[in-house]
Design a binder for this molecule. Structure first.
Ligand code: TLP
Length: 345
């Protein structure tokens, strides 16, 4: 059966060039700092983001956890969006493992948190309050339709943070999607932030890995924290080798994923019984709703037709385009969705 897997860009399989790079990669023990391929990836990531140093970690979740643990102590507070991945989908790790208090503030539909809301959430010095240490942003914003945050907005948050002596961490899991969508360099998008995590294993199609970038001293601290949470890896060059291929060859093609997502959204808007807002789709994520009929039945029928995607609410669903999806897959998915919607009433 034909399968069109739109559950996530995490399902991408590594292209042949990555598998070949694994075979060629020089290796060493990275906990001793002796894996040349890991070092090469970290140098490349630091150069691309315009930061002093970088650290390979296993996942986006570990990248955010390690970064936040490196910025904050127990009892400190972090301001983050109420729809952010770190708040919703990272198992409460910052609280469970770091004793760090999350202070969620409502996200706007475009993924931003209004500056005045951030400012209002910053705690004054008071014996009753936790100390605010950090502001977290997410770019692109997963739950906000993959919206890219602009360099201008991020710079405003950074200057607000500076005025209050706070640090800024950016969950840039899909920062390359943001850069391609906005037509700017990644370094412009992460300009003033103290740390950024980006993922190699989403749209860039590497099998494993994320990278934290920041100042040298911060990255040294993050390296200690990574070891503490069991993330010190030995011959990790086999992972890093794929990451280097990802950064060198997989970025520009993200535009194709964005075009396919736009085509999906336009097609869905034309299906009787389904609703979406195509103008909100700026990168590779599409949300849509089943307007009438049984959502469970709709989802089952789509799956039976080979089209896989997540349900994200009582009547809402998410589709993500990626390296494994070509235009004919979009057309096929649209026909299966239309059929499922028709038969779920
Ligand atoms: N997101 C996954 C799921 O966890 C929801 C997905 O399919 O979109 N930050 C952002 C913005 C993310 O979207 C994700 C993964 C992560 C961090 C975590 O990355 P991993 O899965 O590598 O831990």
């Amino acid at each position: 059966m034909r399968i069109v897997d739109l559950r996530s860009d995490t399902v991408t399989l590594p292209p042949p060039a990555m598998r070949e790079a694994i075979l060629r990669a020089p290796l060493g023990d990275d906990v001793y700092g002796e894996d040349p391929t890991v070092r090469a990836l970290e140098e490349l990531a630091a150069e691309i983001t315009g930061k002093e140093a970088a650290l390979l970690v296993t996942s986006g979740t570990m990248g955010n956890l390690v970064s936040i643990l490196a910025h904050c102590g127990r009892g400190d507070e972090v301001i983050l969006g109420d729809r952010s991945h770190t708040f919703l989908y990272e198992v409460g790790g910052i609280a469970a493992l770091g004793g760090i208090h999350p202070h969620p503030v409502p996200n706007e539909p475009d993924g931003t948190i209004p500056l005045q809301r951030i400012e209002a959430a910053i705690r004054p010095e008071d014996i009753h309050f936790p100390r605010t240490r950090l502001i977290c942003l997410e770019n692109t914003h997963n739950r906000c339709w993959g919206a890219p945050l602009t360099p201008g907005y991020t710079a405003e948050v950074v200057s607000l943070a500076r005025r209050h002596g706070l640090a800024v961490h950016l969950d840039g899991a899909r920062i390359f999607n943001a850069a391609v969508s906005l037509g700017v360099e990644v370094r412009e998008l992460v300009g003033g932030v103290d740390s950024v995590t980006f993922c190699l294993s989403k749209g860039l199609a590497a099998p494993v890995g994320s990278v934290i970038c920041g100042e040298r001293g911060f990255i040294e601290e993050a390296r200690r924290v990574r070891k503490m949470v069991g993330g010190g890896m030995r011959q990790a060059g086999i992972i890093a080798a794929c990451g280097i291929v990802a950064l060198r060859t997989m970025v520009e093609r993200l535009a194709e994923d964005h075009e396919n997502a736009a085509a999906l959204a336009r097609g869905i808007a034309d299906v009787d019984g389904l609703a979406t807002e195509p103008e909100r789709v700026r990168t590779n994520i599409v949300y849509f709703q089943l307007v009438r009929g049984d959502p469970g039945e709709f989802h089952r029928r789509a799956r039976a037709g080979g089209v896989l995607f997540h349900r994200t609410g009582p009547r809402s669903f998410r589709l993500v385009t990626h390296y494994g999806i070509a235009r004919p897959d979009v057309d096929y998915a649209l026909s299966v969705l239309a059929d499922a919607a028709r038969h779920s009433v």
